[in-house]
Every structure is written in structure tokens, then in C-alpha cells.
Ligand binder design. Structure first.
Ligand SMILES: Nc1ncnc2c1ncn2[C@@H]1O[C@H](COP(=O)(O)OP(=O)(O)OP(=O)(O)O)[C@@H](O)[C@H]1O
Length: 224
């Protein structure tokens, strides 16, 4: 898997929210760190083909993000806010989303079983979505984003509101899921990045102010 972003900018009216971002990302868990309004969601929505660049190019595995149909087959996306029918059980909701994604019944069943295991939600399979804790909802969000077996998993601020224990569990799950795929994790919490991302980009006011290994001395100094 490979993402190539070249001179990407995004403007809304006369406000520039992404300013000349160039970034190459290959397999592994990669962090996008930045405070409120830094441009994280805008960048992730462009990568998920839900929003278009004002200028510049983005390719995922050599395919231009303008080819939305092909791109969407390769990605799983967990937006900041998401919901499913609150009265539906975890298992039924995943099955329903799998039907919408046109995953054949026999494959769907096995994949849902595997995803519930990977996201530590086996015990919650028959519980209604509305009764889940914040951490369980987050793990459900990851499971639904993985239904299509995507090579690129995009997670927009998934740890917001999670307590320490849930956050630790989330880190473990992400480490197990990485493999050959790219996991893009946006967050405003530098601990998230340090726990799971060997590399990261830091955004501030739409500009990329750091890109590189998170073990490098002083990587956090640039964002304080
Ligand atoms: N559809 C839109 N129309 C106009 N301005 C927008 C739109 N979407 C985002 N913005 C602006 O772009 C800037 C970047 O927003 P974005 O949501 O990408 O930041 P973020 O880093 O994800 O921050 P947060 O953590 O607060 O979501 C903000 O100033 C926001 O107001």
C-alpha cells in the first residue's frame, strides 16, 4: 500500500485549510497530529474521496483519488461522528452494513465473526448499539470500517472521549491490525501517536510543520 500526496491544497472561500501538503506514506500505522482546526478531518476526507482537493494530486496505490469507485474499494473510513440504528444489535448492524457493501452472505458471516474477535466485541454481539460504552462504539466503528478488507484504514480522532484503559486496548487492537495495510490515525493527543505510530505528520493551521519518525528528538517540540 502507498499514498502519494503532492502539493495538496484545499480552500473554502478565501480560507486556506490545507496549504501545499506533500507526503508519501507506505505500510504501517501513520499518525496525523494537530489541534482543533488544523486540517486533519479535511485531509482525511480528501483521502476517503469524500471531498476534492482545490489543487494538487493524491494517489492511492497509483490510482488517482478522482476515481472514487476504485478508491472506495481500497479504503475503510471511520469518521469522527458516526451512528447506526441505535436499537440494532452489534451483529445485525455489521451484517446490514455488509449487505450494503455487497459482501456475499457466506463471506460476510465469517468476516463478521473474525472482526468481532479482532475488535474484542464477541461478548457484545447481541447487545444493542445504544447500550455500548464509548470504547465499544469506537471498536465497533473500526469493525465496520474493516468490513471490506481495506488496504487503507482511515480513523478520524477515534480515541476522543476514551478512558485510559479503553485507549490502551485500542492501541493493542491497532497494532494487531496493521500488517500490510496502512492505518491513518488522526488525533490531537500526542500519546496516541507515540503509542502506535512510528511515523507521523503534524499539521498546524493547514500547514505540515513536521513529518518523520516519532522517535526523533524534538518531534513534539514543533507542535507545542
Ligand atoms: N465544509 C467546510 N466549509 C468551510 N470551512 C470548513 C469546512 N470544513 C472545514 N472547514 C474549516 O477548515 C478548517 C480545518 O477543519 P478540520 O475539521 O479539517 O480540522 P481538524 O484538524 O479536523 O480539527 P477538529 O479536531 O476540530 O475537527 C477549520 O477552520 C474549519 O472551520
Amino acid at each position: 500500500m502507498e499514498i502519494k500526496i503532492e502539493h495538496l491544497s484545499k480552500t473554502y472561500g478565501n480560507q486556506t485549510v490545507l496549504d501545499d501538503i506533500s507526503l508519501h506514506i507506505s505500510s504501517g500505522t501513520y499518525g496525523i497530529l494537530g489541534g482543533n482546526g488544523a486540517g486533519k478531518t479535511t485531509l482525511l476526507r480528501i483521502l476517503a474521496s469524500l471531498s476534492e482537493p482545490s489543487s494538487g494530486t493524491v494517489q492511492i496505490n497509483g490510482i488517482d483519488i478522482k476515481k472514487k469507485k476504485e478508491i472506495r474499494k481500497m479504503i475503510g473510513y471511520l469518521p469522527q461522528e458516526f451512528s447506526v440504528y441505535p436499537g440494532m444489535s452489534v451483529g445485525s448492524a455489521l451484517d446490514y452494513l455488509g449487505i450494503l457493501s455487497e459482501i456475499p452472505r457466506n463471506i460476510r458471516k465469517e468476516r463478521i465473526r473474525e472482526l468481532l474477535k479482532q475488535t474484542h466485541l464477541e461478548q457484545e454481539k447481541n447487545k444493542r448499539f445504544q447500550t455500548l460504552s464509548g470504547g465499544m462504539k469506537c471498536r465497533f466503528g473500526i469493525a465496520q470500517a474493516l468490513l471490506n478488507h481495506p488496504g487503507l484504514l482511515i480513523l478520524d480522532e477515534p480515541t476522543a472521549g476514551l478512558d485510559q484503559e479503553e485507549r490502551a486496548r485500542f492501541y493493542r487492537i491497532l497494532s494487531e491490525l496493521a500488517g500490510d495495510r496502512i492505518i491513518l490515525l488522526s488525533t490531537h493527543i500526542d500519546e496516541d501517536i507515540e503509542a502506535v505510530c512510528p511515523r507521523a505528520a503534524v499539521l498546524s493551521g493547514g500547514r505540515m510543520i513536521f513529518e518523520g519518525e516519532t522517535s526523533e528528538w524534538g518531534w513534539k517540540k514543533c507542535c507545542s
